[in-house]
Design a protein around this ligand. Sequence first.
Ligand code: NAG
Ligand code: NAG
Ligand code: NAG
Ligand code: NAG
Ligand code: NAG
Ligand code: NAG
Ligand code: NAG
Ligand code: NAG
Ligand code: NAG
Length: 497
Amino acid sequence: MYLTKALGIVVLLGSTALAAIEKRGTACTVTPLSASPKPRVVRRDEGSSGGDLERRSPVGDRYLPGPNGSPEHYPRPEPGSKEALAYAHRPEAPSDVALTDMIAQKQQQDKRDTSAAEAALAAAADDTPQILEAFRQCGKEGSIVFEEGTYNIRQVMNTTDLRNCEIDIYGTFVWSADNLDYWIRRTFPVTYAGRSTAWLLGGTNVTVRGHGRALFNGNGQVWIDRNRSGSNMNGRPISLTVWRGTNVAIDGITWRQSQFWHTFVAHSRNVTMTNLDMNTTSSNSNSAVNTDGFDSWNSRDIFIKNWVVTCGDDCISIKGNSTNVHVQNVTCYESGCACVGSIGSNAGQPDYVDDIVFEDISCHHSSNAAWIKTYPGAGHVRNVTFRNVACDNVNQPIYVTPCTYSGSGCDGSRLAIEDVGWYNVTGTSRYNVAAGMHCSAAAPCRNFRFEGVDIRPLAGGGQAKVLCSNIQNQATMGLACTGACPGNWPQQLSGNR
Ligand SMILES: *[C@@H]1O[C@H](CO)[C@@H](O)[C@H](O)[C@H]1NC(C)=O
Ligand SMILES: *[C@@H]1O[C@H](CO)[C@@H](O)[C@H](O)[C@H]1NC(C)=O
Ligand SMILES: *[C@@H]1O[C@H](CO)[C@@H](O)[C@H](O)[C@H]1NC(C)=O
Ligand SMILES: *[C@@H]1O[C@H](CO)[C@@H](O)[C@H](O)[C@H]1NC(C)=O
Ligand SMILES: *[C@@H]1O[C@H](CO)[C@@H](O)[C@H](O)[C@H]1NC(C)=O
Ligand SMILES: *[C@@H]1O[C@H](CO)[C@@H](O)[C@H](O)[C@H]1NC(C)=O
Ligand SMILES: *[C@@H]1O[C@H](CO)[C@@H](O)[C@H](O)[C@H]1NC(C)=O
Ligand SMILES: *[C@@H]1O[C@H](CO)[C@@H](O)[C@H](O)[C@H]1NC(C)=O
Ligand SMILES: *[C@@H]1O[C@H](CO)[C@@H](O)[C@H](O)[C@H]1NC(C)=O
């Protein structure tokens, strides 16, 4: 590794590799280590002084062919392993032929061996250092362009000190899956429930645009398989965490196979996340739990719009101390869809959720649709609106519980749930229950409002049941209860009730 210094534009050229940060003033353009060589011009500017840039090992001048000739194959094999070498299509040993042929073959062999070694090295090629370097060089009053190609991310990233920075991503970011023990040890704690993340992004006035071309591949299947049937595995990383961000906008990014939650927003304010596409689906019998699309915590003024999410867990989930979150036009598949909670897990520490709007939400083949889950803790959920929620084969569309997961201590919870409206919640439930709502006897739900709730069982048979307990304004809330709802009523049903 060596450092190149230049004035103004700095272009790093190797004889075969062009892994580089090109810098003009505070605008950085990054090319992945795996990028194909292409002619680049070295130009020098007067005036501004460029920073130090590191040139990484000159190995990444081509995509690694997969064993079947596909351009990429994940997870990457361990460098130097049998599998890594197989990637380079090691040729057969030369056969017993004429001397000149042997020499020719030997030369060919040497060439191939070199490419085998290079390919093995490239299997370990890590774009993290140059990505972090670009943030260091251009993350303040600057801009960063990640050009197309595949960026291998093998290390955690902390980019929380950005200021007035515009980031454009045209490439694919792939988080490595052959070093899970590294991730488990090194992911950054995000405090909330002992969770942790692969990438902390924060600062003030930060824009991240993917232009519909950025693809984040977390190699999630490996994590799903690693924690099979388990939940909340320690160290399993949230893909992207907006941490201490103010005025942050994220747009046009596609996620596939996220490691854990796709996004988390914590200790942040004024965060806009638009046109995001997420899909984490298990390809085997291990289920994709903990792959939430979005969770918020200790944050305010969050705007979410135009998302499509397929995940095995909550699609959009508003957690403790979230204020003024507006979620609009989100389509969720195989998920918990629109959710407040869980909150209140620590009775000694109150959790407050205020001023939340979910509107124009579609929930397909999901566990729930418009729901609230709390522990029997402290704090409140206040002023939540669910408007225009279309349900398509949802297990139990409307669900309210003060004792999530345990089903115990339900009537002792003092966490108030009040001023919640469900307007125009329509479509089909999987069974004959539209709503199961049990509020705490110690803190009955107050001021619930329902208008235009029309949920019918998939199998037909008219309106689905509405089960209610301890709703203070039950008689005037706009929806007729058909029966009581026990404290330990399950979040998901397994048949008609
Ligand atoms: C992330 O970087 C900031 C400085 O930029 C530092 O203050 C903070 O401690 C780092 N966080 C972690 C978890 O390393
Ligand atoms: C962030 O942007 C706003 C609006 O453009 C500006 O007033 C503010 O000074 C910026 N903040 C910083 C830290 O530069
Ligand atoms: C999944 O993670 C949980 C929480 O860390 C742990 O208790 C469980 O043993 C893990 N399951 C497997 C199969 O590793
Ligand atoms: C919120 O952030 C956006 C950029 O994402 C910015 O345009 C807007 O001015 C910010 N709002 C406030 C009140 O600072
Ligand atoms: C999500 O991915 C799975 C597996 O590739 C696919 O079957 C499913 O159709 C995708 N969902 C959407 C909404 O595209
Ligand atoms: C809703 O979001 C989807 C997916 O991002 C988008 O295609 C559609 O145009 C959006 N609808 C509106 C009315 O903005
Ligand atoms: C939520 O905010 C309240 C009041 O500001 C604070 O006391 C509490 O510790 C916060 N809860 C969490 C989990 O951070
Ligand atoms: C309820 O929340 C909405 C959305 O944030 C907000 O516009 C409204 O003012 C809030 N109502 C009250 C009474 O605080
Ligand atoms: C009710 O919600 C459905 C589905 O979200 C939507 O298509 C319809 O326009 C809404 N109706 C009104 C009156 O807003």
